[in-house]
Unconditional design. Structure first.
Length: 345
């Protein structure tokens, strides 16, 4: 069986600025990339699509976000889909009313607030959505999953869930107070497909393959690493199809190349450290670059390199000179703060 694996779409997520028409560039890119994911999945024609949670950015998303998701699911109507809710999709009010935004779309197999299982081609798929609850309820939730899994006679068992494994927590120092999976729990399965962590990762533990496709847009990354994963359940071999999305690009520049850099920005997140005269920055190019990219920050660094290396320089004196020149009435306030242990730099 060929699986297409995706997770953490976060449809409707807004970041950085919104234009005068109320359109957020990051949000719009998310909808476009979602369409590109769907194009890629249709071209690969898998037997089953698995979405491991965090479909939306919030549990009660905008009408626009829900509409984009429903339209996308309609395009995938000829391919069975298996979807669970992630922590961003969870809301206590929705759980109490047995509803969710994702439920309005057409899914072949869907688990919102409880564990569900399905057998396909001799494989047990265990769908375990994210759950916010007290420690005792979480323990019962895990025990229920264990009982359902161990009672199955299927030779191959696959867990689809949303959380953090113990190994990932140890390696990355990122844990989860609700859905964290022990090595013993992971070892009940042949394959664990896990959402929640936006970084794509995979490892094999005692014969169990643990795999995360990462987020649809990995906006905290410094490299482009997004796209669906395609996995063969017979061989457990998999590949990742890259789909270009915004990521962080850091650059250092001077007056010699700042305008060339601004002329060549694209849909990424730019952190530029600039050493030079700000009057040398072409304002038209700067505005053009701001409109093209997701976000652009230019940090102006005018500190002399020799001064920066000389730790004996008391930068607080320069600051007090500036205060005295511009706000002379406040000099004594700052001096008193410094004498009481404060440091100005």
């Amino acid at each position: 069986m060929k699986l297409a694996i995706i997770s953490d779409l976060h449809l409707g997520k807004r970041m950085y600025r919104t234009d005068e028409n109320g359109i957020n560039k990051y949000e719009n890119i998310g909808y476009r990339v979602f369409d590109e994911y769907i194009d890629n999945i249709i071209s690969e024609n898998p037997d089953l699509i698995i979405n491991a949670g965090d479909i939306f950015e919030t549990a009660n998303p905008s009408i626009l976000a829900m509409n984009k998701y429903v339209l996308g699911q309609k395009r995938l109507k000829n391919i069975p889909t298996m979807t669970i809710l992630g922590n961003h999709d969870f809301a206590f009010n929705n759980k109490n009313n047995n509803c969710s935004a994702a439920a309005m779309a057409s899914h072949t197999y869907f688990a919102d607030y409880d564990i569900k299982t399905v057998e396909l081609e001799g494989i047990l798929f265990v769908m375990m959505p994210y759950l916010y609850a007290k420690k005792e309820a979480i323990a019962e939730y895990f025990e229920k999953c264990k009982i359902l899994t161990e009672s199955s006679s299927c030779e191959k068992k696959i867990l689809v869930t949303h959380g953090v494994t113990d190994k990932y927590a140890k390696d990355s120092l990122i844990s989860d107070p609700y859905m964290q999976f022990s090595d013993e729990f992971i070892n009940m399965f042949d394959l664990v497909i896990i959402g929640h962590i936006h970084t794509p990762y995979d490892y094999v533990q005692n014969g169990t393959l643990v795999i995360s496709p990462g987020a649809m847009i990995d906006y905290q990354a410094y490299v482009d690493r997004t796209g669906p994963i395609y996995l063969d359940t017979d061989t457990m071999e998999f590949t990742k199809k890259k789909i270009r999305t915004p990521h962080i690009i850091k650059k250092k520049c001077t007056e010699d190349d700042i305008n060339d850099i601004l002329s060549n920005v694209d849909e990424n997140i730019y952190h530029i450290t600039y050493r030079g005269d700000t009057n040398k920055i072409d304002n038209d190019l700067f505005i053009q670059a701001k409109n093209i990219c997701v976000n652009l920050v230019i940090d102006v660094d005018n500190i002399d390199e020799n001064e920066a290396e000389d730790s004996s320089i008391d930068t607080s004196l320069n600051f007090l000179d500036w205060v005295n020149k511009n706000y002379s009435d406040y000099v004594e306030i700052f001096k008193n703060a410094m004498s009481e242990g404060g440091k100005l730099n």
